[in-house]
Design a binder for this molecule. Structure first.
Ligand code: ZN
Length: 288
């Protein structure tokens, strides 16, 4: 026997922030901020069935959900969006463009049916309905709720992991919800075609410059500044390593990846694809 509450623990992280952090069960984390009179949701979950339970869990706050932020366009952040069909969806213009592109290619009904047919565990993909966000922004947007003083959320589209990657800063609780810009205690996947490791470095520097002490990532446990700093050091060291190999006219296979993360053997391709992408990125840049 299980109840939805037991199955779906929404953990209190700070005074006003909650998160589901059982990544193994749900494929990624989810986070919410409880404002004075409404709820802000950071990403829907991957599997629509989990997203429906997640939404149900939010009923216990007895407040309306006002906004759902889409942090970037990857399926594990957006495939559950149908559970929030009636909610205002916020996204950057770049996310909107990427969604439009994907709907014509990888996420067409035909492609989703094919994916569902190829894996019996993915039958839920037949229920996926990708929704277009209604509120779009360029680089930065603020959400303000005023009552006994302001509460506000700052959302930044910095790019990095993808060209449309965003994070949310909630100064009230000194919290940053990082999306896929922080992978805590695990190798940061960067194989997306739009990944830009230099922008990723800048986004981590921006986060570290803010008055925040708690970081809620989409992958891995909730962490403090030191883990974010570790990921930044990893990227800087890896960049130096790649540039030094490029200067010596070496190929991608010569890269020695800095040893910061225990590698997850289940996904060896994630590391290889990422290193290849970053090597290609710097080989086109003017560092040589
Ligand atoms: Zn991602």
């Amino acid at each position: 026997m299980r109840s939805d509450t037991l199955y779906f623990p929404l953990n209190k992280i700070t005074e006003n922030c909650y998160a589901i952090t059982n990544e193994k069960l749900f494929g990624s984390n989810a986070a919410v901020i409880i404002l004075h009179d409404s709820i802000f949701v950071f990403d829907s979950l991957y599997n629509i069935n989990h997203s429906i339970l997640f939404r149900k869990e939010l009923d216990k706050f007895l407040l309306p959900i006002k906004y759902l932020l889409i942090s970037h366009y990857h399926g594990d952040h957006i495939f559950g969006i149908k559970a929030f069909e009636d909610i205002n969806k916020i996204a950057s213009f770049k996310i909107f463009k990427n969604i439009e592109k994907r709907l014509k290619t990888d996420w067409s009904n035909f492609k989703l049916e094919q994916m569902a047919a190829n894996d019996p565990k993915s039958e839920w993909l037949l229920d996926v309905k990708i929704l277009i966000p209604e509120i779009l922004f360029e680089d930065k947007i603020y959400i303000i709720e005023r009552k006994f003083g302001d509460m506000h959320i700052e959302i930044y589209n910095t790019g990095g992991h993808t060209d449309c990657s965003c994070f949310a800063y909630f100064p009230e609780d000194r919290v940053i919800i990082t999306g896929d810009l922080v992978f805590s205690y695990q190798f940061p996947y960067g194989g997306d075609i739009t990944c830009n490791p230099d922008k990723w470095i800048k986004s981590l520097e921006l986060m570290l410059s803010m008055d925040a002490e708690t970081f809620i990532p989409r992958h891995g446990p909730v962490v403090g500044k030191s883990e974010v700093k570790k990921q930044l050091d990893f990227f800087i060291n890896l960049k130096n390593e790649i540039i030094s190999k490029l200067k010596k006219k070496k190929e991608y296979h010569a890269i020695i990846c800095p040893d910061y993360y225990e590698f997850n053997e289940e996904y060896p391709e994630l590391k290889n694809v990422s290193l290849k992408k970053w090597f290609d990125f710097y080989s086109k840049a003017t560092y040589k």
